[in-house]
Design a protein around this ligand. Structure first.
Ligand code: FE2
Length: 421
């Protein structure tokens, strides 16, 4: 396969790129009549990018694939709160005939939406407090089936808590025994602060035992007194687990006072942990108890980023009890994110795609060989109908080509409107 006449994000000039056997084989300056590489043994496909931008694929760092496409069953979340979302999901789990095949079908439909929008790496939470474990079985099977097309990492997610359930610890251990990749948690939802603290210790013990990453729903609440993040970061720092730890949501940081936050940032930097935020879902779910002023419910995306910490944006939901919208398009997530986090200055906008690509790759601890446009690496890339970050975000540019391991997983023609004047 050859892509001629493309920009490569982060580089000057135009390039011709060749791939073979699933790898990038040649990346050279574009010449009008040049051959990129010998045709011998190469796929005959050739694309003229006409100056459009190629970049590594988008990365979805935080979604719940076991819950996708269930909005409205058995009813919609009428208050729009996180807690009605959890209770509606509880009703779904107890009233609907759960089947592995049905969960896989919904998850696969969501993955197709994501593939269309350039996502090739996905980290999904899976509720392990659904005790039939159909969701766990479904996502573990799907993870295997999708290998080489879209890479999936699974997180053992205790939706209803670990310590607050009689058998919470056993459920987490069972899920890790079944091959899940990461240990999740929800300390702010445990019955007491002490239970939350105990859950964090348990999470890291489990991560060490299974040599797994940690990815915790942390302080997903507008309560400025919810301060499990400092415990999560300190534990990661103590155990040298920072680069393998993601603090997801940390919405309470949007309600912390500045004095506490400035002290907290020192720890966060020293710990090396990573962050995830889901702007559409959190803006929809948080601030619901406020009258006015109404909080935005987001963590400090800009401040963390400017302090040199790694923040990736994700969807959280696609049409589920927590969030009724979503089409698998991270550019929509990014557009809302840069507005609500006020990252709309030119500097931030000029590299905003980091938030849904390279930053996500770092959160997922992807291998160096599977991410980045360089000769010898896996041929994973997308071609966007735009020339740079600002244009792609502004026009919500479609992904014209998504190639994983050298194979096309999604392709789209550019759409041009005919305007009468
Ligand atoms: Fe979540």
């Amino acid at each position: 396969m050859r892509i001629k006449n493309c920009r490569i994000r982060g580089r000057e000039g135009l390039y011709d790129v060749a791939c073979a056997d699933g790898k990038f084989t040649e990346i050279v300056q574009h010449k009008e009549d040049s051959k990129v590489a010998d045709d011998e043994g190469l796929n005959a496909e050739e694309f003229d990018a006409k100056g459009r931008m190629m970049m590594p694929p988008f990365v979805e760092p935080h979604i719940h694939l076991d819950c996708v496409l269930t909005a409205g069953i058995p009813h919609y979340n009428m208050s729009g709160t996180l807690f009605e979302g959890i209770s509606t999901w509880d009703e779904y789990k107890t009233t609907q005939p759960l089947a592995v095949s049905e969960i896989k079908e919904r998850a696969r439909a969501a993955l197709r939406l994501m593939a269309e929008h350039g996502v090739q790496f996905v980290r999904t939470h899976v509720d392990v407090t659904e005790t039939s474990f159909k969701g766990v079985c479904a996502l573990e099977e799907l993870k295997e089936e999708m290998k080489g097309i879209i890479e999936i990492q699974t997180i053992a997610f205790p939706q209803n808590g670990i310590i607050s359930l009689k058998n919470g610890r056993e459920l987490m251990i069972r899920a890790m025994d079944m091959g899940m990749d990461c240990v999740g948690g929800i300390p702010h939802y445990e019955y007491t602060r002490e239970y939350g603290l105990e859950s964090i210790k348990f999470i890291f013990d489990l991560a060490e035992k299974y040599d797994a990453c940690v990815d915790v729903h942390c302080d997903e609440i507008d309560d400025g007194q919810s301060r499990f993040l400092e415990v999560l970061a300190t534990t990661a720092w103590e155990r040298g687990w920072g680069e393998r730890t993601v603090a997801a949501h940390t919405c309470a940081m949007g309600s912390y006072n500045d004095a506490y936050c400035s002290k907290l940032f020192r720890l966060l930097k020293d710990s090396g942990i990573r962050f995830n935020s889901c702007p559409p879902a959190s803006t929809h779910l948080q601030g619901r108890i406020d009258t006015f002023p109404k909080r935005r419910g987001l963590t400090r995306i800009k401040e963390l980023t400017h302090a040199g910490m790694n923040v990736a944006l994700g969807q959280d939901s696609i049409s589920d009890p927590w969030y009724p919208l979503g089409v698998g398009n991270l550019l929509r997530v990014l557009e809302m994110g840069v507005h609500v986090a006020q990252m709309t200055g030119y500097e931030d906008l000029s590299h905003c795609l980091d938030l849904i690509s390279t930053n996500g790759a770092r959160n997922l601890c992807l291998k160096d060989s599977e991410y980045g446009i360089e000769t010898g690496k896996d041929a994973n890339f997308i071609l966007l109908d735009g020339k740079d970050d600002l244009e792609v975000l502004r026009f919500q540019s479609p992904v014209l080509l998504s190639v994983h391991n050298g194979k096309i997983i999604s392709r789209k023609e550019p759409v041009r409107a005919e305007v009468s004047f």
